[in-house]
Design a protein around this ligand. Sequence first.
Ligand SMILES: Cc1cc2nc3c(=O)[nH]c(=O)nc-3n(C[C@H](O)[C@H](O)[C@H](O)COP(=O)(O)OP(=O)(O)OC[C@H]3O[C@@H](n4cnc5c(N)ncnc54)[C@H](O)[C@@H]3O)c2cc1C
Length: 497
Amino acid sequence: MRRDVTPFATEIYDVIVVGGGIHGACAAWEAARRGLKVVLVEAGDFNAATSANSLRTLHGGLRHLQRLDFQQMRISIRQRREWLRLAPELTRPLRFVLPLNSYQSVARVALRVNDLISADRNKAVRQDHHLPDGSILTRNEFTALFPGLSVPDCSAAAAWYDGICLDTERLQLAVIAAAVACGAQVANYVRALWPLRDGVKICGARVSDELTGAGMDLRAPVIINAAGPAIDGWLQGPRQFNASRAFNLLVRKLPFRDALGLRIAGGTYFIIPWNDYSIIGTRHLQGDRLEVSREEVLGFLAELNPLLGHLAIDEVYGVFSGLLPAADSGGADVALQRAPRIVDHTAQGLRGLYSIVGVKWTTALWVGEAAARRACRLLGRSERPVRERALSECVTPPGGDSARVVPDLPVVFGQIAHAVREEMAVHLWDVVRRRTPLYLSRSLDHSTLAACASVMARELRWSPRTTAAEIDTTEAELVAFKGHWRPEGRLRYASSR
Ligand SMILES: Cc1cc2nc3c(=O)[nH]c(=O)nc-3n(C[C@H](O)[C@H](O)[C@H](O)COP(=O)(O)OP(=O)(O)OC[C@H]3O[C@@H](n4cnc5c(N)ncnc54)[C@H](O)[C@@H]3O)c2cc1C
């Protein structure tokens, strides 16, 4: 996968996909699988926005059961199964446990209905990724699973299985690589500026190469606008994405093997065991600011701590935050949009433009497929895929026998050169945050960053000045992720542990 924008100005495409988050990646793949000529442009790096900040849960849609929305529930079940099938290396089954103080019989019926509706949940999934039936646990069983936890009035617990993704960044890169393998042309650091039209029809998009500043006109009769919270910004049309804030805390690994659900102050939060950490969330807030303040982290901890014991702010290693589409902008509580939408802009005189308002990482393949099929219909082309859905490239990064970058993660220096040559890494932060999990290392420091930067400098012919600037930017990003809410302000980004 090499970044090459030279064909962009001369080729005629069928579809332009704007945005390289999970929805754009899936839409590009699904369109390319149907034989369409696709180009995908991403303003920053792939998977750098909302898609890199989720709770990593592959939801089977149990919540849709509460509202008796069987259609969305079935979509979630199928999509969870699809990720478990496509990427067993990067996904796992995980048991979720929610303590109950009443409604045990209701929970029992709900779990049974869930099992029945998802009877085909393991079809074609590797045996060791099968999801067992749900069950009701006794209070003693619950206490044994979650030692030290004090949940008042817990009389039993509901247990069910969902999926978890161990590395959403790599899985999404694999989707982009799969789109490329089907013929799609893709580039990060290319921003869509405005749509081009011919009367009431879309005929392309003006884009800018963010690395050189060069402007180009991409030609295509269809645009799939998958710019996430920015879908409205570059179109300057009516608002489709009503932003609300959401964040998760990355904390020290809590001694729980299962995911734990907790109902606190009207919200339900999950504590997910994830790699060598736990992730706690998702906390929903009003507004459209991405930054999470120290007060907001402390406020969340203050609500969790009566149940969890003492989780100190120093044990918060990072904050994953993003914007999600709210159902409306009014009211004190955030009401989230429940189902994904594809907006057809024909009524605004933009025939051929479809905007995706996605709600879950889990269902992005389904949404991408729906968008790709609309493109096929408009173009008078067959909606049947001509290529299989299979992920091979990029799911596991190349190992190699070069030296490890940090002692606590199996990342080797060879991966850094590979990320530049084959995975379109352009900046040091692309490598540290998205081509490798180095940002999670507890021993990453200035000298390891400098060593990584020198590999990239050789590959990309950076001057000493550019190399120093790349290290500075990466350190600033690490501080933003790991430490900006701490009392000391600009604290060292490497954990003090
Ligand atoms: C805290 C949190 C927890 C979550 N937990 C879960 C979970 O556990 N399970 C789950 O299934 N879902 C979860 N979600 C939801 C899920 O993460 C999102 O639905 C999904 O990632 C949205 O993907 P997207 O591609 O639509 O948007 P994004 O990932 O935001 O991608 C949009 C991309 O478009 C690019 N872009 C913007 N403007 C332009 C332009 N003009 N030109 C080119 N590119 C442009 C951006 O740079 C960005 O990369 C969570 C979300 C949050 C915030």
